[in-house]
Design a binder for this molecule. Structure first.
Ligand SMILES: [Zn+2]
Ligand SMILES: [Zn+2]
Length: 317
């Protein structure tokens, strides 16, 4: 099967969600890029708030690319109200510079603006990789999440929201979406503003032939990546009865499925872990893998979907 681990190329580490002083971040774009490159990242998407109060920025980071560090254009889009009355936050990576401004003057919804689902669909049509940002922090309802049908991904972890609000984890609503059959992928991000310790805590590892914006964007849309706070995933294989997970040294490997279905293995410095799918997991239409290292840092695989053709395998999407 062609999945994250068998796709051609190598892994590139990047942060998909960050802010500069072009919106409400503390640092100029050049310094944000310099810090991520200095920390060993291969790429960064600067995603300033796409609001009238900031002049609808799609911050140009192309001048800060080097031979070993690249950038993807992007923005955090805002338009329309959630069920709780607050404004949508939608991550758009690979957004072209000519993307037309929305009618979004500030951080509160106004009459006559596009809905969240409408602006998300417009971003996807323009070529962007689109994600539901920080669902817990936003107070997103399941109906809200369900309505953003254009989104490729959801933030399973947002480091800024973890540090600043203890609302960084998007796993609960993610699992509900998966259980409805929604083929969404899972990203971890920083949402860094550099106004608090909100940086270098969550990233994606993207498998692509080269470290270029085009190759990274294609791999993101294809789901060829995993999300991490530190641990590495090297392979996930399904042999018909069990999942075998190869990783950097971890203390827990957990396979989750629909409803309460889960199996966990705990140990010391585990790098190759075989997990037999027990009854609940064997019947689940999807599985995903979480590993935890000795420092409590996690990595999350994208969902694996049961192959509808023969019901005997799982395919990664
Ligand atoms: Zn946001
Ligand atoms: Zn943000």
């Amino acid at each position: 099967m062609i999945d994250t681990f068998t796709a051609p190329g190598r892994f590139w580490r990047g942060n998909l969600h960050s802010h500069s002083d072009r919106s409400d971040g503390a640092l100029p774009p050049e310094e944000v890029c310099r810090r991520y490159a200095a920390e060993g990242y291969d790429f960064l998407a600067l995603t300033d708030h796409f609001l009238g109060r900031y002049g609808y920025p799609i911050t140009d980071t192309a001048p800060f690319r080097t031979e070993r560090f690249t950038t993807l254009p992007g923005a955090e889009l805002h338009s329309g109200a959630l069920e709780n009355g607050e404004l949508w936050h939608i991550l758009a990576v690979g957004l072209p510079a000519g993307f037309a401004p929305s009618h979004s003057p500030d951080f509160t919804p106004v009459a006559g603006q596009e809905t969240g689902p409408e602006i998300a669909a417009r971003a996807v049509a323009a070529g962007a990789f689109v994600a539901i940002a920080h669902p817990h922090w936003s107070g997103l309802s399941l109906a809200d999440a369900r309505s953003l049908t254009a989104a490729h991904a959801i933030e399973i972890y947002n480091h800024g929201c973890a540090i600043g609000a203890d609302r960084g984890n998007g796993a609960a609503i993610t699992d509900l979406l998966l259980s409805e059959g929604r083929r969404v992928t899972l990203i971890a991000t920083d949402d860094s503003h550099f106004t608090e310790p909100d940086h270098f805590g969550g990233w994606v590892m993207v498998k692509a032939p080269e470290n270029t914006p085009e190759a990274l964007l294609a791999a993101l849309k294809a789901g060829h990546f995993y999300a991490s706070q530190g641990p590495e995933l090297h392979a996930i294989r399904f042999d018909g009865a069990a999942l075998e997970v190869e990783s950097s040294a971890v203390v827990s490997v957990i396979v989750q499925g629909r409803a309460s279905a889960v199996v966990a293995r705990h140990g010391a410095s585990m790098t190759r872990t075989r997990i037999l799918l027990a009854a609940g997991l064997a019947a689940s239409p999807w599985l995903r893998v979480t590993v935890v290292d000795a420092a409590g840092r996690r990595a999350w695989s994208n969902p694996l979907w049961r192959d509808g053709a023969d019901g005997a395998g799982f395919i990664a999407r």
